[in-house]
Write a protein that binds this ligand. Structure first.
Ligand code: NAD
Length: 370
């Protein structure tokens, strides 16, 4: 099969780390029966400079003709003077998520045992490593519910938003969460606030009805306030965390902090396998590192390429069902970390080896795939 990928490297370190990800994909597919065709397109500040638009029409068209988007990062001081609606992140990333109906944000929070000291948690809590998949609903909830607005005056002046979920919105993300849990430790924690909010009672009931189709996956309901405590008290209890938009926004950032470095964190925004985008039966997705364009280190060749490389591995796994190829990449990253390879962001007090630059770290990972 030949899959098509729209490559949007963007700004800052985006260009640098994307090169590493493409080299790693190239190697992973060397003996594979599948191929990937890449189309490099403009996005973000680079696109504003050349076309006046952070998401030019040709970029959108190339993505529509692709099976996935591999995204770098956008933004930087050069474009900070623009009005908020024209800022690269707002004007490129959000419209892409909306256009392609990407309703699930998937963020693995992984702690490698060798990097346990980089976590702000006590080493005893994370000494065996940690691997949590946070699945956050992206299109509903209080962020998009209508009506929202202001009314009244003086002491009576008030502002309001509407928390609302439709059954189909909960069902489609719950199916995704159970599907991924099935190939992992077979536990889903569904996060809600069903003790207070009617919307969340409905969330809980709907998740329970979806769970009936996955009898071998254990479903645990947890209130969001408890979940935020458990993440720092006993994080290894979690495998897949299924979260509504608002709670997922907060918990995914909390989980990313306990892993240590933003340079290691991949993410995916996924759509329906039966949507009109991409191939029938395959989820169209946008894959990107959790961090931004890192203007402080851009152009120096010292960024950590791992978040972009792991985002590429997620693309192979989630959008193209290439588990074997994704495994090879993830194993090579683990091997590199276990061997002591560290970019500057991973160096800790007392480390004896000097920091590797981006080229050296990429080469260690490529060698690990031999
Ligand atoms: P940032 O993630 O770019 O940087 C925060 C810190 O993390 C910096 O010290 C940076 O050097 C470091 N860092 C990030 N990725 C790294 C990597 N791969 N290797 C080593 N160190 C890394 O966040 P910021 O400074 O708040 O934002 C900078 C710009 O990026 C802004 O214009 C912002 O709007 C944009 N941004 C874009 C995205 C996106 O494209 N999805 C996400 C977040 C921020």
């Amino acid at each position: 099969m030949i899959f098509k990928v729209a490559v949007m490297s963007g700004d800052g370190i985006g260009q640098e780390v994307m090169q590493s990800a493409r080299e790693v994909i190239h190697k992973a597919l060397k003996n594979s029966s599948h191929q990937i065709e890449f189309t490099e397109v403009l996005v973000g500040g680079a696109a504003i400079d050349q076309t006046g638009n952070a998401l030019p029409a040709e970029t959108l068209k190339a993505a529509e003709q692709s099976d996935a988007i591999l995204f770098g990062s956008v933004g930087g001081p050069k474009w900070e003077h623009l009005p908020p609606s024209e800022q690269p992140e707002r004007a490129a990333l959000l419209p892409l998520r909306k256009h392609f109906e990407l309703f699930a944000n998937v963020r693995p929070a992984i702690i490698y045992p060798e990097l346990k000291d980089a976590s702000p948690l006590k080493p005893s809590l994370v000494e065996k490593g940690l691997d949590i998949l946070i699945m956050r609903e992206l299109t509903g909830d209080v962020y998009f519910g209508q009506p929202k607005g202001k009314r009244g005056e003086g002491k009576e002046e008030a502002a309001f938003d509407t928390m609302i979920y439709h059954r189909y919105e909960i069902e489609r993300i719950a199916h995704l969460a159970f599907t991924y849990a099935h190939s992992r430790k077979k536990i889903v924690h569904s996060i809600d606030k069903a003790n207070v909010l009617t919307t969340m009672v409905f969330w809980r009931e709907t998740v329970e009805s979806v769970a009936k189709s996955y009898p071998d996956v254990k479903l645990i309901h947890q209130y969001v306030d408890n979940a935020s405590m458990q993440l720092v008290k006993n994080p290894s209890q979690f495998d897949v965390m299924l979260c509504p938009n608002l709670f997922g926004d907060i918990l995914s950032d909390e989980a990313s902090q306990i892993t240590g470095s933003i340079g290691m964190l991949a993410s995916a925004s996924l759509g329906d396998p039966h949507s009109r985008w991409g191939r029938e039966g395959y989820s169209f997705g946008l894959y990107e590192p959790a961090g931004g364009s890192a203007p402080d280190i851009a152009g120096k060749g010292i960024a950590n390429p791992i978040a972009q490389i792991l985002s590429a591995a997620m693309m192979l796994r989630f959008s193209f069902k290439m588990d074997k190829e994704a495994d090879a990449i993830e194993k090579a990253v683990k091997k590199a970390i276990a061997s002591g390879a560290r970019t500057g962001d991973l160096i800790m007090q007392g480390d004896k080896n000097p920091a590797l630059n981006l080229r050296q770290m990429t080469d260690v990972i490529l060698e690990g795939m031999d």
